[in-house]
Design a protein around this ligand. Structure first.
Ligand code: HEC
Ligand code: HEC
Ligand code: HEC
Ligand code: HEC
Ligand code: HEC
Ligand code: HEC
Length: 267
């Protein structure tokens, strides 16, 4: 009986909450296809100078590198277009150019280079690997080839990323010589439950250990969570739906908030 009540409550709340989110955005959110979940279109300059905007896909990259490596060591912002990447940044080996420099090896070949200031013998197809406004017809096939062998999930990319790492299917790197600083790892803090404050709604189990695999400590502390003391930051489900706190990652890159039961697990 209690279980049924919980389910009904969760459903009702889901309806109310999605209503709230839609009212805020003014448009109905369409479910994103698995290979497009986590895509960011970067366009501070490209359109203005006659190039196609850049499509960056998280799934391609998170299989190879941790969130921490890109968002702390390399310094990408955690909001689309906030980094203001320029062509000369990339050419000088920053941002995308940290890896896409024609030298870093991947799969036995050097990774293709980002940006160029030369206009002579410029091969536009090379630019279009990134400057393609999201028109990437081969990507879906590549995605299914890649995700086939990985543990499945219903939402987001349809991949259980946590299991994919735990079972050794993928081993994202967390360190680049000359970019990353060594020896900053802190001891992992215990998992804890966050009470949901509403009777019948299961509490949330937050795992520091599982999050640290991808995020280290610095992705979350102090920018997203002050984290000095449990309960010091207060947030509600509405904050999450607005893209704050857990919602910074859950709905954009990590599994989406429609997966109520993946967070509200403690009965
Ligand atoms: C290879 C580098 C790389 C990796 C690895 C990476 N990101 Fe990102 N991420 C980016 C870039 C680039 C952007 C866009 C930044 C910009 O436009 O200024 C971005 C944007 C984001 C955003 C904002 C999305 C939006 O729609 O506004 C979030 C949230 C995010 N990343 C979370 C993560 C999480 C969580 C992980 C690990 C699972 C991760 N990222 C792994 C490079 C990376
Ligand atoms: C930490 C290193 C790293 C950084 C930083 C990085 N990439 Fe990549 N990128 C890779 C690797 C490795 C691959 C090859 C992955 C594969 O083929 O499975 C790749 C592949 C790609 C692809 C090809 C996807 C396809 O169609 O196969 C695109 C496009 C791309 N990156 C764009 C970007 C952009 C744009 C940025 C900067 C905003 C960026 N990358 C930053 C490592 C990186
Ligand atoms: C690995 C991905 C990648 C590739 C390949 C790439 N770029 Fe870029 N480029 C970017 C990103 C990311 C930005 C920032 C986009 C924005 O904000 O509009 C950018 C921005 C630019 C800009 C505008 C910013 C500025 O500083 O003026 C120019 C010009 C540019 N690229 C030229 C090129 C040319 C020419 C090529 C092909 C030789 C190329 N890029 C290939 C990722 C790439
Ligand atoms: C995905 C985000 C995330 C990551 C990554 C993360 N934390 Fe936290 N941390 C939290 C949240 C959420 C809380 C609870 C804060 C709150 O409720 O205000 C917290 C709380 C804490 C607390 C207070 C605990 C208590 O019992 O009062 C400490 C200490 C802490 N974190 C340290 C760390 C360290 C060290 C790392 C890296 C090994 C780390 N955190 C990684 C999200 C994160
Ligand atoms: C990414 C993890 C996550 C997902 C997914 C998630 N929640 Fe929550 N939920 C939380 C956290 C964290 C809180 C805040 C707990 C607190 O009050 O400290 C919360 C709080 C709540 C509360 C208590 C009231 C409030 O606003 O604080 C309700 C009800 C709730 N969630 C319903 C849902 C429903 C329904 C879904 C699915 C549509 C859902 N949640 C999905 C993490 C999640
Ligand atoms: C900095 C980004 C980030 C933030 C902030 C964040 N998460 Fe996550 N979380 C992830 C990533 C990445 C994963 C791996 C799974 C995936 O990508 O779908 C994950 C996985 C999880 C899982 C599944 C782990 C498991 O047990 O299988 C739960 C539950 C979860 N997060 C809850 C939360 C809650 C609750 C909060 C807020 C208190 C939160 N997360 C904040 C990035 C984040």
């Amino acid at each position: 009986m209690k279980k049924i009540c919980t389910l009904v409550l969760a459903l009702l709340l889901a309806l109310i909450f999605t209503g709230l989110v839609q009212a805020k955005d003014g448009v109905k959110k369409k479910r994103v296809r698995p290979h497009l979940y986590g895509r960011v279109i970067i366009d501070n300059y490209s359109t203005d100078i006659g190039l196609a905007p850049v499509a960056f896909d998280h799934w391609v990259h998170r299989a190879n590198a941790t969130c921490r490596l890109c968002h702390v060591d390399i310094g990408f912002a955690m909001a689309a277009n906030d980094t203001e990447i320029t062509a000369s940044d990339n050419i000088r080996g920053f941002f995308c150019g940290t890896c896409h420099n024609g030298k870093v090896q991947y799969d036995g070949k050097p990774l293709f280079r980002a940006c160029s200031e030369e206009s002579s013998n410029l091969k536009i197809e090379e630019c279009q690997r990134c400057h393609n406004n999201g028109e990437t017809p081969d990507l879906e096939e590549k995605f299914y080839k890649f995700s086939n062998k990985l543990p499945k999930e219903r939402q987001g990319n349809g991949i259980n990323w946590e299991q994919a790492v735990a079972k050794g299917h993928i081993t994202p790197i967390d360190y680049i010589e000359g970019i990353s600083v060594e020896g900053t790892d802190l001891a992992i803090v215990d998992d804890f439950a966050i009470t949901s404050k509403i009777e019948g709604m299961p509490d949330i189990i937050f795992s520091h250990a599982k999050h640290t695999v991808w995020n280290g400590c610095e992705v979350c502390h102090p920018d997203i969570f002050m984290g000095v003391r449990k309960g010091a930051t207060t947030y509600s489900m509405i904050d999450l739906f607005q893209g704050k706190y857990c919602g910074v990652c859950h709905d954009t890159v990590a599994f989406p908030q429609s997966g109520c039961k993946r967070c509200h697990t403690k009965l």
